[in-house]
Each structure stands twice: as structure tokens, then as C-alpha cells.
Design a protein around this ligand. Sequence first.
Ligand code: PMP
Length: 355
Amino acid sequence: MSRFLTDRYKGLTPYVPGEQPADMTYIKLNTNESPYPPSPKVLEALDKTAVDRLNLYPDPTGARLREKAAALYGLKPDNVFLANGSDEALAFAFMAFCDDRRQAVFPDITYGFYPVYCALFNIPCIQIPLREDFTLRSEDYFGINKNIIIPNPNAPTGLALPLGDIEQMLQTNPGHVVLVDEAYVDFGGRSAVGLVGRYENLLVVHTFSKSRSMAGARLGFVFGNAALIRDIDMMRYSFNSYNVNRLTLLAGEAALSDAAYYKDMQQKIVAARDKAASGLKALGFAMTDSKANFLFVRHPDIAGGALYKALREKGILVRHFDKPRISDYLRITVGTPEQMDTLIAALRTILENRN
Ligand code: PMP
């Protein structure tokens, strides 16, 4: 920290993402990326013309991409906000709708960025503990009279809530926003996007980083009532009006025109997840019923940190959180079937050789 940093930010603890090693020698199962490349249509779209036009700013309204994304869900373009990754969308939403009077409520054990936004924007956050088995008690949120941020499925547990629970949160908190973070919805959850026309307090956040194989392009979406979307857009125009770059806009449009490709990839990942879950159970691992592209697992005989290190030494990166209640767990991204076989073989060796 330099001596020039303002007092306001001296105590800030930033969000630390998982490791992104520069070399590709690791089997990378630590940040929930897709193991597959984007649709071939994305490569076609990023042609010489696209590169030559990088001298020009991107369309700040992202009109074509918003139109395509809206059409996918029977919405209008003014129901769609585009962001430089869903992290940015979340930041703008916290900025726009939360303050010390309109506080943010989210689960205790969830995506690590939410408390960071609260600290950054001076928002008192209320974290509601999950049950012993990591399930979320929806009733805790009914009528709570605050802004609710619900990841569905949750991270890092992978547990999904039925849409009925989300609807009850919406109905019992009409004076506040319910933001559903659906980063992992395409791997077995139920999306709330279909409810956008019915609830003026609903925001649904999507990302292209997981099921659309484009974490490196940074593209996130928010779907919601046009008035809410305008409010978030006001934050963006006040902050960085060209937030989504030209290449990402083109890549996003191309990706949205190849639904069949992504459906196939998502099915492959779900099949690999379920097969890996069986393999891990056979080795004695306990786990949550994940509906995401990762597994949240624990072995009764080895601490999470030790297992993380042993895997790292074997060239496999997974995620370990040194946090209360979950420090015995590993979050393992679902890779290709071959990567999952390598992981299970490595874990078998580690377990056999433990003293
Ligand atoms: N929400 C959740 C629950 C996540 O796990 C992540 C990814 N780590 C994000 C949002 C952000 O994704 P991105 O910024 O890549 O769109």
C-alpha cells in the first residue's frame, strides 16, 4: 500500500480469484471455466475486418447483441444490460440499488465477491448462514425487506433452489430488488429469466464464462424490468460507457447463434460431472448434490488444504477455500472426461499413499 491511498480504502480486502497460471501444464479445474473452446462461429466472427476495426470504439449500446440476447428469452432489448463479465454487472447492481438504508442480504457461504462490493460501496451486508448440510433456508428471505442477492445454483456448494422459492422472495419483498445470479444455471438449474415480465423487482445475472466457454472474453448479462436496467445503465455510463469491447460483442453475437453447439457442450459437462461424482464417491468422498459445472467434495481422512497441495504437486489445480465451515472441502471444476479420469486416478494414488 502506498502512502497516497485514501483512508477510505485502507482496510479493503479485495476479492482474490483462483490461480491463473501462465503456462498450460496444469490440468486446470480451479475456476469453473469450460474445458471446451467456444463455438466455431466465434472464430469466424473474429476475422480480419473485426481486427481492422479495432481503431473504432465499440457500440456503447451493444444494440445487436442485446437484441439477440433478448430474443432468446422473449424479452425486449431494453430488458438487457451488457457487462464486461458478470462481476462488473454485479458491481453496478450493488452500486445502483444498495446503500446503508437498502441493505444487501445474501447467504453466508456464497460467491466471495458480494461482501467485497459491500465493503467497496459502504453497504452494510447481512449474511444468512446456510444450514448444516449447506442448503439455503428460503424462508429466511421471505419478507426480509432488503435487497436479496441469491446465486442459483449457489457457489461453491452447487445447490440449486426451486423457482417457486425465488418467486416467494420476489412476492414478499416488493419494495426491494431480488438479484438472482445464474452463473451456473445451464448445468441443471431452472432459470428465473422467464419471470422478468411479471416482477418489476427481479434482476437475473448471466455470464458467458461458464456454459458459453468465453471466460477470456469477459461477457455478462443482466435481464430485468426496463426501469431497473436503465438504472444499472446509468452506473455504466457514469463509469465506463465502452465497457464491452468490439471483439467481445462480435464473439457474443456469434455464440448466441449456435445454440446447438452449446447444448451439446453442456450435456457433455453434466455427464462428466455425474460420472466423476460416482468415481469420487467410490473413493470415499462426500459431496453436495451439485447442479453446477463443479463438485464440492470432502474426504473424511484428509484435510482440504493437504489434498489441494497433493493435487497441485501432481499438476492438477482445484480450489480450496481457507474459510470457516468449508476448509475441509475442495471445489473441483468439471473438465473433459479424460481430465476427470486423470483427477480420480491422482486422488486414488494420494489416498493409497497417505500415512
Ligand atoms: N457469479 C458467480 C456465482 C461466480 O461464481 C462467478 C465466477 N467466478 C461470477 C459471478 C463472475 O463471472 P464472470 O465475471 O466471469 O462473468
